[in-house]
Design a protein around this ligand. Sequence first.
Ligand code: G6P
Length: 368
Amino acid sequence: NIVDKGNYKHFMEKEIHEQPEVIQHTLAHYVDFANGTVRFKGKLPFDFASLNRISLSACGTAYYAGVVAKYWFEKLARIPVDMDVASEFRYREMPMQENGLALFISQSGETADTLASLRYCKQEGQHIASIVNVPESTIARESDVIFPTLAGAEIGVASTKAFTCQLSVLLALAIMAGRARGTISAGEEQAYVKALSELPKFIRQALKADNTIADLAHELSKVKHVLYLGRGTNFPLAMEGALKLKEISYIHAEGYAAGELKHGPIALIDETMPVVVIAPDDSYYDKTVSNMQEVAARDGRIILITDESGAKKNALEDSTTIVMPTVPDVIAPIVFALPVQMLAYYTANFMGTDVDQPRNLAKSVTVE
Ligand code: G6P
């Protein structure tokens, strides 16, 4: 089972481009496209309808997938969700009640802190489920049920295709939970399934922004700090974008909720620190535009990742726009993950770092 880079320069580049196929493959496991419904092929050892809480924990990029999922489960299924990095969760002695679902997200299924959190939750009598890419892993073995991502082997240390597959599974589960709890109707389920069915197409379109993004790499490679901003489900994407950039280009980056700009990071803004704003033209767009104006007024340089209608509305002079297709709000964080990955990839590639094996990092962290 030897994986090679094919015509790509790095595994990371290859894995970015595999996303339309692996997402489609993963979704086929959870979605009956012909009937417009979500379903799980295995047997669920718990009932979404009677859950009183979901406790999510994970590390690194998988953690950010969980933060996006918190918004989805709360909105679509009205289940309260706790989300924590596993290294904190395992020690914080959280009181847990009956009928809670503990859900773990891990590409490798071997991350030590995530496994320790799983064992804590098991002791606390929770239902144990995991979203893993390696079905024979320890986390998978110790779970009551596994929700596989079918991303194939991921070689690049910085996770890309595993992340968007995790998001795809999490969204399918949130829809399933919403149906079981009666918080979304059959018609709404059909609309969500239609959005899911279009994901591979939208992601292919997103990949076409590669030239615009590669052109920015030259500029980004010269800066010391980058700030990423987003609201709603784009807030975790801002954190993921910052993580990717620092992991592979070694440029310091921070992801912030756009509304928190005034509570600190705005003090740092000047012409030397670009601000990447992730903002499709959704119900938050105007609020985020006002954050961009605050940045522009301080000579900050903006890189706006938006959709076609958001791009038409953007009147800021000193900004570069990366244009994504216009997509249903619910799947935007999956589509918008692509430009965020590509921005980090092309910057690191331009700088000549070891993209697939960045210094000091490991693909799987099996020690504390
Ligand atoms: C390491 C990897 C990341 C990954 C994280 C969690 O930090 O470099 O890419 O997101 O571990 O790994 P897991 O296998 O649990 O998803």
